[in-house]
Ligand binder design. Sequence first.
Ligand code: SAH
Ligand code: DHB
Ligand code: MG
Length: 210
Amino acid sequence: MDERVAAYVQHLFAREDSVLQAIRARHTHEGLPDIAISPEEAQLIAVLLHAVGARRVLEVGTLGGYSGVWIARALPREGKLYTIEHDPEHVRVARESFAAAGVEDRVDVLMGDAGDVMARVEPPMDAVFLDADKPPLGEYYRAAMRLLRVGGLLLVDNALLGHRVVDPADGGDDVVGVRAVNTLAATDPRVVATIVPVRDGLLIGVKVAD
Ligand code: SAH
Ligand code: DHB
Ligand code: MG
């Protein structure tokens, strides 16, 4: 997108308030990697969560809670975001972010390995957002499909992986995992999906059948 057009859209629809700005600043201050989703990607996710009437959402990969605050804000008061993170430092920062945003009642941070925790989370989920490690994405896809209700949303960050997905010479573990989840979503008869080229690519799928 043209830079001025991108700025126009972000300014109108995806502006960070002071809480989100402070969370981003703390990420930097605490030395967390600068890999949170962008405001325009976050707003796209918020629009989609509202479209499906999401009340129960699972996020895989919390980091410092930046995406989690956007998601929690898109839920009704009685809604719940479950968010999985294995790094205790990230969990600590994230809990502070959720408290700062006043959404701590709507968020359960589940500390542990994504694969283990996903296996013991209870369905049904209205949306699952995969944004943790990339090599096991095929396994995370299967776990997400178990959890999603019909009509639920599958969201996968980094679906283009810096355009590495289209480099046939690139066979790295990360790109293999991202290609696996993209191919599964594209070919699964239960899912209607596409990739939107926002930031690093967001795969959006709807589970249309069990
Ligand atoms: N969704 C966040 C960014 C997540 S970055 C945002 O946009 O704000 C990816 C996170 O996944 C990191 O915090 C990392 O520690 C966590 N992670 C990576 N592999 C994991 C695993 N196997 N289990 C649980 N968490 C994992
Ligand atoms: C990077 C970005 C991400 O969104 C992510 O989930 C992991 C890594 C990166 O830019 O390295
Ligand atoms: Mg990501």
